[in-house]
Design a protein around this ligand. Structure first.
Ligand SMILES: [Zn+2]
Length: 136
């Protein structure tokens, strides 16, 4: 941060640039200076590096206020998106729980079918043996 002792009130020109002004409309970068005037001692401000009249001049606290004002709706939108995401996660947890229960039911059904298949094979074998013994 540099200091500047010029009379800032006669050079105020924000050009409706909201927030932190990276550049002056002339294309030159801005930097932060500190006012050393009696009216605004120690008050930081952005200014075009050319330091010419009718180039960018903006109080830092005004730029900060605009940044905050512009950020608040975005924060509210992000908060809504986060809440939607949390809701979606809860919904997906419910789906996962249902799928896990279905997997358990399916495994039980498969085991039951395997037991019945083994029993059927044993029965068929016994019938085959009985039939063969009767024909011998
Ligand atoms: Zn400029």
């Amino acid at each position: 941060m540099s200091s500047d002792s010029t009379s800032e009130s006669s050079t105020v020109a924000t050009f409706d640039i909201r927030g932190f002004p990276a550049k002056c409309p002339c294309g030159t970068a801005t930097t932060i200076f500190t006012s050393e005037t009696v009216k605004n001692p120690g008050r930081p401000f952005y200014r075009c590096l050319t330091r010419r009249k009718h180039h960018l001049f903006k109080w830092v606290e005004e730029a900060v206020l605009e940044e905050v004002e512009d950020a608040l709706p975005k924060i509210a939108q992000l908060e809504a998106e986060i809440n939607k995401g949390k809701s979606d996660v809860e919904d997906l947890k419910g789906v996962i729980t249902e799928l896990m229960e279905e997997v358990v039911r399916t495994k039980t059904e498969v085991k039951r079918c395997q037991v019945m298949m083994k029993f059927a094979v044993v029965i068929i074998c016994l019938i085959t043996i009985v039939v063969l013994v009767n024909f011998m």
